[in-house]
Design a binder for this molecule. Sequence first.
Ligand code: PMP
Length: 466
Amino acid sequence: RGVPPVSVFANSTAHWRHLDAAHHLHPFSDTKGLNAEGVRVITRAEGVYIFDSEGNRILDGMSGLWCSAVGHGRHAIVDAIADQLRQLDYYNTFFKTTHPGAAELAAAIAQVAPEGFERVFFTSGGSEAVDTVIRMVRHYWAAVGKPGKHIFIARKNAYHGSTIGGASLGGMAPMHAQGGLPIPGIVHVQQPYWWGEGGNMSPEEFGLFAAQEVARAIDEAGPENVAAFIGEPIQGAGGVIIPPSTYWPEVQKICRERDVLLVSDEVICGFGRTGEWFGCQHMGVQPDLITFAKGVTSGYFPLGGVIVGERVAEGLIEQGGEFHHGYTYSGHPGGCAAALATLKIMHEEDLVARVKCEIGPYLQERWLPLANHPLVGEARMVGLIGALELTPHKETRAKFPGEVGTVGLIARDISFREGLVMRAVRDSLILAPPFTLSEEEADDLIATVGRVLDQTLAVVRDRGLM
Ligand code: PMP
């Protein structure tokens, strides 16, 4: 049955590819296509770079999967996890017990969270955090005597995870098409994606229009039936969609007027990505609940959770009784140690301020002018999260002929070859590098993007796509 796990071929790309193709089912992958192409094997990482099994050094422009905030190879975090696991490898937080790491991390998160956020429920990642929100919010409304409020309003093209709840709240059509999603009780509305869907409106007009779609959905369902609205401050997986400035304040007003809770899914934006501790602070809104994961441990250990604002916390605690919900790894000691060590680094190196005032503006100054390239219609970036919209015609914001995403993938593949990880979403390229990116590395990154755009343009012209 193929090559045994340890063989004379050990420690070679071919060996790992063989085992992987034979036994590993990858997330969000077409296994047949992937195996035909041959998977990339990443063997180590240091700073802002990853290294593959062929020895290539690649700038990790996506921070892994939006998580490696403080960069790779941080021994302080590794040591903190190891020390913790030697002391207490595991114990649960269900049955009238806690451990120092869970208590200290909950307090450390409350310390950086917006005012009025004092309580944290831990999960193993973002999807579980989103599922926790669904159950917690519905339980809250029942506890305070409004059990009718159960419907969630979410956006088309949102990403809220891959569990049944998360994928249902998310608005990804290809995900809904598999396995009979979404679950009932969820209404998806217009996303605030001006470049793609704003038509002839100005961005500001379109922001208000998209917000009014939230109002319309709530009113149609009846505010007495609507539990919450959930949104990412900036849609990440959907293509780094930065809403027009008019959008979030209007959504908040609409939710307040209708007594609908506001959930900020900060799995990507949380813990500094936008230059504030949380993306909602950048957008100037005060949500009722915040989900987080990824950056909180910088990816060194899986951990996520929900930060619960005053109102919901009080209802839950005073009137909710037992909340029948929890995960074996809620508050895993290793995850808590990783998060505490990550936060310590963020504080000591002032990394959130660095994103806001130093490396963020430095990269933005060089990223935004990429809009002058013939292939780029819009370049946008907040903090260290950005996108380039590729188009054959800037003025009309036109799409390329043929299948959507073809040009994005061409550019993404060229980027990898040129030594930079960017991700393609439709025909856009997205970027979210570690907060520790140096100015020199930023210069290198921008130079690489320039080469990627030039080479992509040549291919696009060659194929008559422009
Ligand atoms: N919400 C958002 C906004 C996300 O970006 C993600 C992951 N990309 C999730 C939820 C799901 O998190 P996880 O993959 O850790 O389950």
